[in-house]
Design a protein around this ligand. Structure first.
Ligand code: CP
Length: 324
């Protein structure tokens, strides 16, 4: 496996090995005055973002820099994409410029897969480790449309493991706009692979056609699901993917699916709340809940850096076993 495009690229063993690797990086950096490991010295990581991002782009950049890689950030608005350059020409240009890894975010589902296919086509003899200059870069899907966001799911799994002491047998409730959420899909499948019981809570209008094939159960009542939850993952309402309107209305949504203080009190003492960010305070989560000690949002961000270190390491240096 040369790329990380989907959580389906991961087995239970390879995902667990990435979680362990992320914690090893955290330990390796703990208490250091200079957070710099030589791990990726001489490697070039390029982030290519056609959609806005704070957490994912910054954490990949920090991860690369803490491992001594050269990190180049390319955004669609400030690159030749704005002059009409195609996705293929952009990807091939970055490859020719020396990318060892391309971290891709794109509004089209499947964009990262397509780039990986172009790379593999050109370089069918390339190997996944010890890559020489000029060979095909590894491609990481940093969010493609409504499809997948595998590194987000990995960092969420790491956060759940740290907060609850494990993932196997835990009941994880994913709440809200599942229809437009690549985070929901990647989390549902990865958490199921890791042995969690996953429940989706959403209005019928914000569930994808085909959710019946997912390894989850579905509920429409948040109040009914909260008392039995070990972890609750709140999703952002993705208005930018809704063509100007959605049902239920924002107010109805917030009343039925928002995590209020009253609802927070329904959770067990040990339960934890996650949100991938950016949060819409007052919409899917009350501001006081977002800032409560039960909420792991900033721990997720910190884990995101260590998780992306683990992913870059596994793709650029590690063995085939690190990622299945
Ligand atoms: N969770 C997440 O993908 O956040 P960004 O859009 O800020 O990267």
């Amino acid at each position: 496996m040369r790329h990380l495009l989907s959580v389906s690229d991961l087995t239970r063993e390879s995902a667990t090995s990435l979680l362990d690797e992320a914690e090893r990086f955290e330990q390796a950096l703990l208490g250091r005055e200079v957070r710099k490991l030589p791990t990726l010295r001489g490697r070039t990581v390029m982030t290519v973002f056609y959609e806005n991002s704070t957490r994912t782009r910054v954490s990949f950049e920090v991860a690369g820099k803490w491992m001594s890689a050269d990190v180049i950030n390319v955004s669609a608005s400030s690159s030749s994409v704005s002059k009409g350059e195609s996705l293929r020409d952009t990807a091939m240009t970055l490859r020719a410029a020396g990318a060892d890894a391309l971290i891709v975010r794109h509004p089209a589902s499947g964009a990262a897969h397509q780039i990986a296919a172009w790379m593999d086509e050109m370089d069918s003899g390339a190997v996944s480790s010890g890559r020489s200059a000029g060979s095909a870069p590894a491609v990481v899907n940093a969010g493609d449309g409504t499809h997948e966001h595998p590194t987000q799911a990995l960092l969420d799994a790491l956060t759940i493991r740290q907060r609850l002491g494990g993932i196997e047998g835990k009941r994880v409730v994913i709440v809200g706009d599942v229809l437009h959420s690549r985070v929901a899909r990647s989390n549902a499948f990865l958490l199921a692979t890791l042995g969690a019981e996953v429940v989706l809570v959403a209005p019928q209008t914000l569930l994808p056609i085909g959710v019946g094939t997912w390894p989850v159960t579905v509920s429409h009542s948040l109040d009914a699901e909260l008392p039995g939850a070990d972890a609750v993952l709140m999703l952002r309402v993705q208005a930018e993917r809704m063509n100007g309107g959605f049902f239920p209305s924002a107010r109805e949504y917030s009343i039925a699916y928002g995590l209020s203080e009253r609802r927070l009190a329904l959770l067990a003492d040990h339960a934890t709340v996650l949100h991938p960010g950016p949060m819409l305070r007052g919409m899917e989560i009350a501001s006081s809940v977002a800032d409560s000690s039960k909420t792991a949002v900033l721990q997720q961000v910190t884990n995101g850096v260590h998780m992306r270190m683990a992913v870059l390491f596994s793709l650029l240096v590690g063995t085939e076993e690190a990622i299945a």
